[in-house]
Design a protein around this ligand. Structure first.
Ligand SMILES: Cc1ncc(COP(=O)(O)O)c(C=O)c1O
Length: 368
């Protein structure tokens, strides 16, 4: 039987040799390798500064701290995301305000965001979910019109583009994650990117003890520095990112060709203005399908096909957010999506035979 995992990091000789070089150099902590990775990643995106940190959650935290988001401030974001997006707002003592998603793209709906803006609103935190850019034309306009900061959570969207421009370059500041399941990895890791010199300087201070010069501390900061070991992996991965993204896009195309023919399964919608890099390939399991979403997951697992739900509980329904007093009856599109979505394997290690097997299995399960 086939065994097709839902995610698989690809580590080659380049990553291994890069790490060995760092180990041999004895310079294990943050140093030249990190600086090179920051430069190369920023250059790849077409942005001025990259500030490498320990993970994507830290990148979001540092980004919001650099903007001086704080108590009394509201930041509008999506409830249909990984918890870290919203938590990064809570870390500042600020309030996440949830706006609903567009049910077609699963991304934040600009019209819903507009309705949530008030005098306390300081920023919009947009997430490019599953590798599909949010509507950055609309969000840029809203941010400019209302004088709000625009923050991009690009944890799932390395190399994704909106109107030919890479995500991470639209807002004031953006955050990436290099967790092993992402389109590229450093083991654990993250990157803050910005075109703003002042924000870059503050982000650098915050990740490094607020240290302006050796033992001169001008800000409250942490140690959130990336290691040279992680950066060596990242540098090798970055060179392969575009090729891997093309394979994800091709796999998604083949999956959609097959899945479009199956009643009760809705393949993902792609906004014609974007390059969707398919961090996840997410279908909707509709009521007409003979199995519900959770039953389908079990059956796929029995056939050796990994699948996952991103995300089964919208952030405002999480126990912790419920304790904070968020009502249940908001963001109905996000709630609905959380019941229907199912992610199927799309990563670059999935081959043509795997895709045919996935489609045939879904077809069989659809005619039970
Ligand atoms: C949308 C989103 N934001 C933030 C994060 C946090 O990144 P990390 O796991 O590297 O802390 C993730 C990844 O898990 C994510 O998917």
């Amino acid at each position: 039987m086939r065994n097709i995992p839902i995610a698989k990091p690809l580590i080659g000789d380049e990553e291994i040799n890069g790490v060995i070089e760092v180990l041999k150099s004895g310079m294990l902590a943050s140093g030249k390798e990190v600086e090179e990775f920051e430069k190369e990643f920023a250059q790849y995106l077409g942005v001025k500064h990259g500030i490498a940190v320990v993970n994507g959650t830290a990148a979001l935290d540092v980004a919001l701290k650099a903007l001086r988001i704080g108590p009394g401030d509201e930041v509008i974001t999506t409830p249909f995301t990984f918890i870290a997006s919203a938590n990064s707002i809570l870390f500042q003592g600020a309030k996440p305000v949830f706006a609903d998603i567009d049910p077609k793209t699963f991304n934040l709906d600009p019209n819903e965001v507009l309705e949530k803006i008030n005098e306390k609103t300081k920023a919009i935190l947009v997430v490019h979910l599953y590798g599909q850019p949010a509507d950055m034309k609309a969000f840029k306009e809203i941010a400019e019109d209302h004088k709000l900061y625009l923050v991009e959570d690009c944890a799932q969207a390395h190399g994704a583009e909106f109107n030919g421009q890479k995500v991470g370059t639209f807002g004031d500041i953006a955050a990436f994650s290099f967790y092993p399941t992402k389109n590229m990895t450093t083991g654990e890791g993250g990157m803050v990117v910005t075109n703003d010199d002042e924000l870059a300087k503050r982000a650098d201070l915050i990740r490094n003890h607020g240290q302006a010069e050796k033992y001169l501390h001008v800000e409250l900061g942490y140690n959130l520095r990336m290691t040279n070991i992680a950066a060596a992996i990242g540098r090798a991965q970055l060179k392969k990112l575009d090729g891997w993204n093309e394979r994800r896009i091709e796999n998604a195309r083949l999956l959609t060709d097959g899945i479009s023919e199956i009643d009760g399964l809705t393949p993902p919608y792609t906004d014609p203005r974007v390059k969707h890099v398919f961090h996840q390939y997410v279908i909707r399991v509709e009521e007409e399908f003979p199995l519900n979403r959770d039953e389908l997951m079990v059956k796929l697992g029995e056939k050796g096909i990994g699948s996952a739900v991103h995300y089964p509980i919208p952030v405002h329904h999480q126990p912790f957010y419920q304790k904070l007093g968020y009502p249940n009856d908001i963001c109905s599109n996000a709630v609905e999506a959380s019941k229907k979505v199912l992610s199927l394997p799309v990563h670059p290690a999935v081959n043509r035979g795997d895709i045919d097997y996935i489609i045939n299995t879904l077809r069989e399960l659809g005619t039970l």
